[in-house]
Ligand binder design. Structure first.
Ligand SMILES: *[C@@H]1O[C@H](CO)[C@@H](O)[C@H](O)[C@H]1NC(C)=O
Ligand SMILES: *[C@@H]1O[C@H](CO)[C@@H](O)[C@H](O)[C@H]1NC(C)=O
Ligand SMILES: *[C@@H]1O[C@H](CO)[C@@H](O)[C@H](O)[C@H]1NC(C)=O
Length: 366
């Protein structure tokens, strides 16, 4: 009885602390079930950064960044009536001037607002949240006003025009665009954001994500592209500061050679959960000690030695829940003396048996 209470408490605590989000715990399901819908509740593809995103580490302000030029002013905001229904707020403690345009009524109105007299042009944060009136973010809309943190979330926004965010190329450190209806995004602009650390386009209906657009985004630390159901074409290369990349719930079917070749020694997590991956080419990923690759919820029938040995040997781990693994001689290498199976988590055979529960002697004749 006592044990039950403790287990229950444990489950409750884990749920509350959000750790089930970790989507590495498929043990709650009864047996083998590849249904993606069912897995979503364990999945951590939520771009809200609180648990993974270390603001103090990547936020420029902590690095003794110079004060904005308006820091000694009592009220650097534009006149409230000139920019209504946008609202400018100024926090004297952090010297942060923010602009919330969530209540804006049309594209035309938004454009007019930025033509008002702005005594200072460098804002900390822009916010457009829960707005159903703006469908297109037009070229020139910000009229030279810059932002460091851009929150454009949970709107009906469909299109961001090429260079629409051009006033922020040198300033933006964080761009949040999740839960919109974006079908057209100017990927050619991405590499122009020279300080961009955190970028999310998760939960949009993009049909194609051109990975090559991120080549050379040297400041990028966190990249969230999950839940678009998009084809991902090209490769993610030359991202020397990347730590986490989220590509879950897209339409990837094969992982090509050098798919993720960032050159970053800080890379710790690659999320490929809930795609439809049937094959992974050898040399698909960076080889980094401590890197966890989550390939759960896909359609792999084997874990190839040629593909995975280097990754596991180098101290990487592989989370492979919910794949229809055939568990023949093709996986005997995981049960060899070097015990690489220890670095593979949650993998099961088609009959629902965990690889870890297989009797190694069944591979003796392989
Ligand atoms: C898998 O889960 C789905 C959705 O919960 C359910 O409809 C289906 O019957 C399950 N399949 C198996 C084999 O348990
Ligand atoms: C965040 O980064 C700072 C500075 O590098 C470090 O001191 C701190 O321990 C980090 N916090 C977490 C939760 O990783
Ligand atoms: C953005 O604006 C909405 C509506 O005014 C508000 O609820 C939300 O907290 C704001 N978000 C940020 C990050 O400031």
């Amino acid at each position: 009885m006592k044990t039950h209470i403790i287990i229950l408490l444990y489950i409750v605590l884990r749920t509350v602390s959000g750790q089930l989000n970790d989507h590495r715990d498929p043990t709650l399901s009864d047996g083998y079930n590849q249904s993606k819908i069912q897995m979503r509740q364990y999945d951590h593809h939520d771009p809200i950064p609180s648990d993974v995103y270390n603001h103090s580490k990547v936020h420029m302000k902590q690095d003794g960044r110079h004060q904005p030029e308006y820091y000694s002013y009592e009220q650097p905001c534009p006149d409230a009536e000139d920019i209504a229904p946008c609202v400018c707020t100024y926090d004297t403690v952090s010297s942060a001037m923010d602009l919330d345009c969530s209540a804006v009524e049309s594209e035309e109105q938004l454009k007019q607002i930025f033509k008002a007299d702005f005594p200072f042009k460098n804002f900390n944060q822009f916010n457009l949240t829960g707005n159903n009136n703006i469908k297109v973010l037009e070229l020139g809309v910000f009229n030279g006003i810059s932002f460091e943190i851009i929150h454009i979330e949970e709107n009906s926004l469909e299109v961001i025009e090429l260079h629409a965010l051009d006033s922020c190329y040198e300033t933006a450190t964080e761009i949040y665009l999740y839960h919109n209806k974006i079908t057209s995004f100017p990927f050619d602009d991405v590499s122009l954001f020279s300080k961009l650390c955190y970028f999310t386009l998760s939960y949009n209906p993009l049909s194609v994500i051109p990975a090559d657009a991120f080549h050379g985004s040297t400041a990028l630390v966190y990249l969230y592209m999950s839940d678009n159901n998009a084809d991902i074409v090209g490769t993610f290369q030359d991202l020397p500061n990347l730590r986490n990349i989220y590509l879950g719930y897209n339409a990837i079917t094969t992982i090509p050679v050098h798919f993720i070749k960032t050159g970053s020694s800080d890379l710790i997590y690659i999320d490929l959960h809930g795609n439809n991956i049937v094959s992974v080419e050898p040399v698909g990923f960076d080889i980094v000690d401590g890197l966890d690759i989550d390939i759960g919820g896909n359609s792999l029938s084997t874990l190839d030695e040629a593909t995975w040995r280097l990754h596991l040997e180098a101290g990487g781990t592989l989370s492979a829940s919910y794949n229809p693994l055939l568990c023949g001689c093709d996986i005997a290498w995981l049960f060899a003396e070097d015990q690489l199976l220890e670095h593979v988590h949650y993998a099961r055979c088609t009959d629902g048996k965990f690889l870890h529960d297989l009797d190694p002697s069944i591979f003796d004749n392989c």
